[in-house]
Design a protein around this ligand. Structure first.
Ligand code: GSH
Length: 198
């Protein structure tokens, strides 16, 4: 399988970590691309020119992080890392946090006077509320030590790591101490340390 990715994409990092946790790392060839260049070769993989794209061994190009996770989970069905409804709820929140953070960053980069735009406040409020909801749910949902991280842990961990990388003004560790405590061991998993944003 080929994974098209870049070093700053939280979405691509989620997929890469998931492949490591599913022990599919050896089957994955990493293909580094700049999606913003929209090269003809990459557009042939994904017409919207976004990473991640997972090209299967049979040549299908899969897009959209959550669908790629679903596919990876099916490649090695046990243990499944897509678990209970509770885990799916957390996975949705993790993905939503990535969406709100990434859109804030991109808007600031490309739009003039983005700080005055109503969407800036709307997204920052969404980040705060989503962190608060995850904080409430995560304290009763601890990650078992030395177990593979579930997809919900991966998405939430990557979202928090992306806040540290791109939105350092959000002091989430002070405001959400349970989340900070939860993230500490997760951030030391090999799958997280070898995929740091760059
Ligand atoms: N909904 C997509 C979002 C993927 C996405 O936005 N990727 C960004 C990189 S973090 C990208 O490639 N952006 C290029 C663009 O928007 O043109 C997913 O879940 O995979």
């Amino acid at each position: 399988m080929k994974l098209y990715l870049n070093g700053t994409s939280p979405y691509a990092r989620v997929v890469r970590i998931a492949a490591i946790e599913k022990q599919l790392e050896d089957r994955l060839e990493l293909c580094w691309v700049d999606p913003w260049q929209s090269s003809p070769d990459f557009l042939a993989k994904n017409p919207v020119s976004k990473v991640p794209v997972l090209e299967t061994d049979t040549g299908e190009s899969l897009t959209e992080t959550l669908l790629i996770l679903f596919y990876l989970d099916r490649q090695q069905p046990t243990p499944t890392l897509l678990d209970s409804p509770e885990g799916l709820a957390l996975l949705g929140l993790g993905q939503a946090l990535i969406d709100a953070a990434f859109q804030t960053v991109i808007y600031r980069k490309y739009a003039e006077n983005s700080a005055q735009h109503p969407l800036e406040k709307r997204r920052l409020d969404a980040i705060t509320r989503t962190l608060a909801t995850i904080e409430e749910q995560i304290s009763t949902h601890k990650t078992a030590k030395n177990h593979a991280l579930r997809f919900c842990d991966i998405a939430i961990g990557v979202a928090l790591s992306y806040l540290d990388f791109r939105l350092q003004e959000i002091d989430w560790r002070t405001d959400f101490p349970h989340l900070a405590q939860w993230f500490e061991p997760v951030s030391h998993y090999r799958s997280f340390t070898v995929t740091r944003f760059q």
